[in-house]
Design a protein around this ligand. Structure first.
Ligand SMILES: CN1c2c(nc(N)[nH]c2=O)NC[C@@H]1CNc1ccc(C(=O)N[C@@H](CCC(=O)N[C@@H](CCC(=O)N[C@@H](CCC(=O)O)C(=O)O)C(=O)O)C(=O)O)cc1
Ligand SMILES: N[C@@H](CCS)C(=O)O
Ligand SMILES: [Zn+2]
Length: 772
């Protein structure tokens, strides 16, 4: 007998990124909405069939999204801010949906620009969601029939799915409510929202849905007593309504003090993340009512290593003994959205390493095999063989010579006290840097990348396919870099960048050049909207066989007398945006990466680069979800950055850059990095960051972005100046830099050129004002 099987969500961008291409083509006006919808339907069909053929019983629907599942929830319940000019109660059309996601550019439209919803990190992943905005007089109304349509679409294919909805409490908690006490408003809103959920669930039941999966990942966060009461109230109310059976899904962490709450909710099934919280399975089994099913997520949805069957079977057998096979379901730990599609597309990967990996499709197979293994009552030759093969693979990986690098380990053991800090404090270093760099007040710079145009990506694709020789590709990159340097000089930028034209991605590029990493050909994972990343895989000890960035920084510096910034990705960001090894603490891997970067920093310095930026946009994202775990993480994360950055002379100026997050709660750790300059995203959540600065006097130089590059709307010089002035009220003008809030790779030159002109104008105007 096999245990039951469940999947929480499947990647949706397409194994060949079909959705990305269809979206971008539709946005560019090159294809019709019907063509986009057809692509989406074909993907959903393929995904449902893959899951059915893998033997999954609880197959999700409504896990597809044209952009983001949280935006889908906002649209579903009619949470459309007034600026999108939508009539409440009417269905939200696809173009309004995309405007909420992307905003409207003033310059290209007769109408005024419209700011997109704020985008932020989805828990501790590299996926970004669009933040629901709840207004004071917020009303709710079902404004989309997507969950019903997708349920029926699958049914027409003969597949009975489990519709997935973001749960009401997590939906409210992940959103922004304005006012003195946002939780007061949220509490009121919950009461109004629940009948709409009940209505929708009733419609799904009428359409034939037996189960609905309700995602409540916020159950893995620190909750106040009041928020816990919201859970009790919400699920008591839904239990009284005519709904399908509810399978409540928690993931991304331990339940800890929310465990009794999760167990007492009046639901029909509970999913828990048994990868992040294996030790809680027994307690959950003990705490659940006798009629509640338990979906145990033993297959890691956040990493790519093949499952250790022996370990998972221990967990599943314990659960089986406790609650019985009838109530037990096997599943991945969370949605497979965060996994690449399939290993079958990896034609070039080292065979030994490939044999250690499982992507989404292979993970479905693991779920099924584990369900059969844990459900079996006696010997079964096919299952025994699967178990033996798995045991052999785990042992081979553990002992493989590929993983261990004695030199990298020895180097780490030799790190001494002085390696963790700069030789002199900032107040002294800054004088040496100013004497060397001679920068004006409000120095201008950019964050590193310039537009990765179709031409740039196309040239790289042709180089990879052999159509362009190494010499031709190199000459192409030189030309791009030369043009970018000349343009910055003409514009009047103070600290230049080379443009990062040679990089496919800020993490993958480094992964390709470090030992201990392997990269994929097609391991795409959605990051936001149509944008994807191919996270490298860290399988072993890390070291740097040769300089990684020197060639392009040296070349760019040779073209100008102005300072050229060396551009590196920091150890925590490389760690966080890669699939990491699970056989040693993340802190050790971070230190190994830091040492490789330290060598790169020193090489850059030795070759005459006197400003070096080490990007750490993922520092905040790596923060554990629970407050109790945060200090330990911040200690080793800050130490890794310092190890990478501190081996330089006083006059060498270290920059760092952060984006995509609220930084207020880690501002002390940001200061502890002791970077001479930080450029930071502020444009979308400006007032909160300013508040944090008002409370915490950030000691070193800071470049709070004056241009939100994620919005296609480029601000005028006057708007930028207004922002800069508001920063100057809380940060000393001598400490302020003027820059965009992130790299410009996702923008086009037609946007970058005018916006950068405005930015330079803004800095000049500010200098005139302050120097008077
Ligand atoms: C800054 N951010 C990053 C995050 N994570 C990263 N790993 N990297 C980041 O930069 N997280 C937070 C933020 C926001 N996230 C992103 C994520 C992704 C992008 C982005 O622009 N992605 C590109 C893909 C980038 C890439 O790897 N490009 C490759 C392959 C290009 C390609 O598609 N080639 C085509 C052929 C092209 C042609 O012929 O014209 C193909 O293979 O089919 C490369 O450049 O070589 C994306 O498009 O999704 C931005 C922010
Ligand atoms: N240097 C990178 C940072 C992005 S977070 C860039 O400019 O794209
Ligand atoms: Zn950035």
């Amino acid at each position: 007998m096999s245990l039951k099987t469940h999947n929480l969500g499947y990647p949706r961008v397409g194994a060949r990124r079909e959705l990305k291409k269809a979206l971008e083509s539709y946005w560019a006006g090159r294809s019709t909405q019907q063509e986009l919808r057809d692509t989406a339907a074909a993907l959903r069909k393929a995904h449902w069939i893959t899951q059915r053929d893998a033997g999954i019983e609880w197959i999700p629907s409504n896990d597809f999204s044209f952009y983001d599942q949280t935006l889908d929830a906002s649209v579903l319940f009619g949470v459309v801010p007034a600026r999108f000019a939508h009539s409440p109660g009417r269905p939200v059309d696809l173009d309004t949906y995309f405007t909420m996601a992307r905003g409207i550019d003033t310059e290209n439209h007769a109408t005024a620009g419209v700011a997109a919803l704020e985008m932020t990190k989805w828990f501790d992943t590299n996926y970004h969601y669009l933040v629901p905005e709840f207004a004071a007089g917020q009303t709710f109304a079902l404004s989309s029939s997507k969950p019903l349509e997708e349920y029926r679409e699958a049914l027409a294919l003969g597949i009975k799915t489990t519709p997935v909805l973001l749960g009401p409490v997590s939906f409210l908690m992940l959103g922004k409510a304005y006012g003195e006490n946002p939780d007061d408003l949220k509490e009121m809103l919950l009461r109004d929202l629940l009948p709409i959920y009940a209505d929708l669930l009733g419609q799904l039941k009428s359409a034939g849905a037996e189960w609905a999966q309700i995602d409540e990942p916020c159950l893995c966060l620190d909750l106040t007593d009041r928020q816990r009461r919201w859970y009790d109230d919400a699920y008591r109310m839904l239990a009284g309504a005519d709904t399908p059976k509810l399978l409540l899904a928690t993931y991304f962490g331990e339940l800890r003090d929310n465990l009794p709450l999760a167990c007492r909710l009046p639901i029909d099934g509970l999913h828990i993340d048994a990868v992040r919280a294996p030790q809680e399975v027994e307690r959950v089994c003990d705490g659940l009512r006798d009629d509640v099913l338990l979906s145990v997520g033993v297959v890691d949805g956040r990493n790519i290593w093949r499952n250790d069957f022996a370990r998972s079977l221990d967990i599943l057998r314990t659960a089986r003994e406790s609650i019985g096979a009838d109530r037990l379901i096997v599943s991945p730990s969370c949605s497979l959205l965060h996994s690449p599609y399939s290993l079958k597309y990896e034609k070039a990967m080292d065979a030994e390493i490939k044999s250690w990996l499982a992507f989404a499709e292979e993970k479905l197979g693991e779920v099924k095999t584990l369900a059969r293994l844990a459900g079996a009552d006696g010997a079964h030759s096919e299952l025994d063989a699967a178990l033996r093969e798995n045991r052999a693979m785990i042992a081979a990986r553990r002992t493989s010579a590929r993983i261990h690098d004695g030199a990298a380990q020895a180097r780490l053991a030799m790190v001494c006290e002085d390696d963790w800090r700069r030789a002199t404090p900032f107040a002294e270093r800054v004088k040496a840097q100013q004497a060397h760099l001679n920068l004006p007040l409000f120095p201008t710079t950019t964050i590193g990348s310039f537009p990765q145009t179709a031409e740039v990506r196309g040239a790289r694709a042709r180089f990879k396919s052999g159509e362009l020789s190494a010499e031709q590709y190199d000459a192409f990159l030189e030309e791009q870099t030369r043009d970018a340097v000349r343009w910055q000089e003409e514009l009047g930028v103070d600290v230049l960048v080379h443009g990062e034209f040679e990089r496919n991605d800020m993490v993958e590029y480094f992964g390709e050049r470090l030992s201990g990493f392997v990269f994929t050909q097609n391991g795409w994972v959605q990051s936001y909207g149509s944008r994807c990343v191919k996270p490298p895989v860290i399988f072993g000890d890390v070291s740097r066989p040769a300089p990684m960035t020197l060639r392009w920084s040296e070349f760019a510096q040779s073209l100008t007398k102005l300072p050229m910034k060396g551009m590196l990705t920091g150890p925590i960001t490389i760690l966080q945006w890669s699939f990491v090894r699970d056989d040693q603490p993340r802190s050790v891997t971070a230190r190994q990466i830091a040492l490789a970067l330290r060598d790169e920093v020193r090489d850059l310095e030795a070759s005459g680069i006197s400003v070096i930026q080490i990007d750490e946009p993922a520092l905040r994202e790596g923060l554990p979800l629970r407050r109790a775990d945060r200090d330990a993480y911040l200690d080793w994360a800050v130490a890794a950055f310092r190890l990478a950055s501190s081996g330089v002379r006083d006059q060498t100026q270290i920059h760092t850059h952060m984006c995509y997050c609220d930084f207020n709660d880690i501002i002390q750790s940001i200061a502890d990095l002791d970077a001479d300059v930080i450029s930071i995203e502020t444009a979308r959540s400006q007032s909160e960051l300013l508040e944090a600065f008002a409370q915490f006097q950030y000691p070193n130089d800071i470049g709070p972005g004056v241009w939100d590059i994620h919005s296609p709307r480029a601000p005028s010089a006057r708007e930028m100046l207004a922002l800069l002035q508001s920063y100057a009220e809380v940060v000393s003008p001598e400490r302020l830099w003027v820059n965009p809030d992130c790299g410009l790779k996702t923008r086009g030159w037609e946007e970058v050129r005018p916006a950068m002109r405005h930015l330079i104008e803004c800095a000049r105007e500010a200098r005139r004002k302050w120097e008077q």
